[in-house]
Ligand binder design. Sequence first.
Ligand code: SF4
Ligand code: SF4
Length: 388
Amino acid sequence: MRKLFDRISYFWITVIETLLRFFPFPAKTGMVKIGSPDSNSPVFLTCNFQLTVRRVKRALKGIDCYLLVANTRGINVWCAATGGHLNNHSVISVIKTSGIEEKVDHKKIILPQLAAPGVESKVIKKKTSWEVLWGPVDIKDIKEFLENNFTKSEQMHKVTFPLTERIEMAIMWAFPLSVFLSLIWIPFFIDELLALWMQVWGISLMTFIFYPIFEPILLLEKRQKKYAFFGWSKLLILIFISSFSLLGTVIYTIILNSFEPWLFARWCIFSLIVSIIIVIDLTGTTPLFKSDTHGDKVFTIKVDAEKCKGTSICLSVCPRNCFEMSEERNLAIFKHEQDCVQCSACIVQCPFDAIQFEDQKGNILTPETVRKFKLNLSGKRTIRGNQS
Ligand code: SF4
Ligand code: SF4
């Protein structure tokens, strides 16, 4: 009975938190015991975004371990790490204050790989003597990661955008957008609310379910290396989505048997606006591209062959598998430039500062700068008031 109740409450809390995923949802920070851990049990760390904490606890079921929940202001791991909310301080703070040091005899902590842009393993080691091990990107791989003695297969350190995540992303957009637009619509067209919700949810679900069709189009434009905030690839996607939405509007008016030019025009404009809102930064809403709100600063990665000592740490933290090791020399090669999402994990983690960003004019963004200045909400790096 208790198990059934847990499952039902997990389901409903997940539904509610998915609907409100757009907003930070802070969970309690500190140490959580899972199973019956002892002094040799593994220690994991995650962010304090409610949904993530629940999923991590669920994935860790059956493993006797400790989970440290760090304060990231209720933001998920990757966004918090790139935005500076999951940082050295939040990790050090939870290690020092949770009481974990009295519970275990070892000093090894497993962090999600997507925390790598924000947390410097070198600093954690220096300030706490704890060694950071980078876990898999997806928590579902955690058991395999432990069984393989903390090693990751190539698939374990690559981000993907599967259907379940795409649907979550669609819901994340659709729910707040339909609530917000309903508030505007109610005073004027209260009897059209159902149509409004159908439009918003339809457009949002269509954008993310059909995403695998759009990805090659976005890639094609990216290969041209010409920055455009709303380029031809997004325009094509917009036309595709709006046409479907238009078709829906026609069917809707036929069903109601009430074709009125003004009603039809109103819904066309409405669906166009909703499509633009969702498509405008489609790249930034997926983990497979960098956000277009970065402006025209397209950085590439430069590896200094003199400084590289072949530790392969960059390979293990890159969520897009952009690096390969050269066969002749123990040296990292930046091989897949098109896949780079400029998350900066490789730069932050390289122990020899052998990696840096370079923009199209040849300006360098040093590791020191990247570590110091994180991305703001619209994906820009702000350095002393200037955007870099
Ligand atoms: S670039 Fe840095 S992290 Fe990558 S292999 Fe070389 S030394 Fe290691
Ligand atoms: S190569 Fe690009 S995607 Fe990979 S870790 Fe570095 S910045 Fe991130």
